[in-house]
Unconditional design. Structure first.
Lengths: 187, 153
């Protein structure tokens, strides 16, 4: 089963194979949680969204058709759409987004700086418009090609590039304001 | 490829050539060696990249995996609807079930529907004699459109 492609696993899941489903979850869980957390901004919502996305994989597998798309692209589309829906809910509270604690091997001042910078980045990303946030998460942190990100978001490659430029420009301005003069010259 | 395009690519994808579009990477990388100004273009993007890379997200707790698999185990799967299942669904709407097993309930109803259709067909055939030839021709023309075709010629 470890040799099976995602699409092969989906064919087995369509026949009700729970082992194939578990294997697919193991294969994509880490990536899915990281993507969701960078879009919704907090861990608990990210985990709920990921659970919902995988449940959709299980329930719809018998009707899933390849249609030329890779599972990874289709699943990313499901996940991104669920993340955007979650953020649009009234009363959604995004932040708790500092991420991993800094490396304990660093000095105290360095740890504090890194922690502050990570928190500033998380807050700045949370303020981006949803499509800019999604495209940045896909292309920068998930290292997807611009063509695959365009496929996930049903956009042209040119539109993806334009959203990336706008996202990075906005982040530069926001981070200068959040991190103060120390970053002013660097950014 | 020009420095202008290098700047556009760096502003979108960052300073690391590994993130640049594969189709343009080979053409853009030599610019870094040829133009000292290219490095200056990338410097601001490198600093932004360093900040973005610093936002790490912890890997998931594997309890989440167990939870996902457990939730799926309780859920059914949505299977494609076959035409005969669709027909059964319509019949179910006409005669809602009353707690009896579906198969036993459905067959007498299907048989009743077929018998009613057969009686209607037989009554229709026996009444054909009442049509005169003109009516029959008119009906036939209306169904096939032959008269209309004739008028076009």
């Amino acid at each position: 089963m470890h040799d099976l492609s995602d699409e092969g696993l989906m064919a087995n899941i369509a026949d009700g194979d729970r082992g194939a489903f578990q294997h697919l979850v193991e294969r994509h869980l880490d990536r899915a949680v990281r993507l969701a957390q960078r879009i919704v901004g907090n861990r608990s919502d990210a985990e709920e969204v990921v659970q919902e996305a995988f449940l959709r994989v299980w329930t719809t597998a018998p009707r899933w058709r390849l249609d030329g798309a890779l599972f990874r692209t289709w699943f990313s589309r499901v996940l991104v759409n669920l993340c955007i829906d979650r953020k649009r809910r009234p009363g959604f509270a995004p932040l708790e987004a500092a991420g991993d604690p800094p490396d304990p091997a660093m000095g105290a001042e360095q740890r504090l700086n890194q922690s502050q910078e990570a928190a500033a980045v998380a807050a700045a990303v949370a303020e981006l418009p949803e499509r800019q946030r999604a495209v940045l998460a896909l292309c920068y942190w998930q290292e997807m090609s611009n063509a695959e990100a365009a496929d996930v978001l049903s956009l042209s490659v040119g539109a993806v590039e334009s959203l990336l430029v706008r996202a990075r420009r906005t982040l530069r301005v926001t981070l200068k304001a959040r991190l103060g003069h120390a970053m002013e010259e660097k950014l | 490829m020009t420095l202008n395009r290098l700047q556009q690519v760096a502003e979108a994808y960052g300073a690391d050539p590994r993130r640049w579009p594969a189709a343009e990477r080979q053409a853009l990388e030599p610019l870094l060696a040829q133009h000292p100004a290219a490095h200056a273009l990338l410097r601001g993007e490198q600093n932004l990249d360093r900040l973005l890379d610093g936002w790490q997200v912890a890997p998931p707790d594997w309890a989440l995996e167990r939870r996902i698999v457990a939730v799926a185990a309780m859920a059914g799967q949505v299977r494609p609807v076959r035409p005969w299942q669709r027909l059964a669904g319509w019949l179910e709407l006409l005669w809602p079930g009353d707690g009896l097993p579906r198969g036993r309930l459905l067959w007498p109803q299907v048989a009743g529907l077929a018998a009613a259709a057969m009686i209607g067909f037989l009554v229709g055939i026996s009444d054909f004699g009442a049509f005169d030839q003109a009516d029959a021709t008119g009906l036939d023309d209306a169904l096939t459109g032959i008269s209309a075709v004739g008028n076009w010629q």
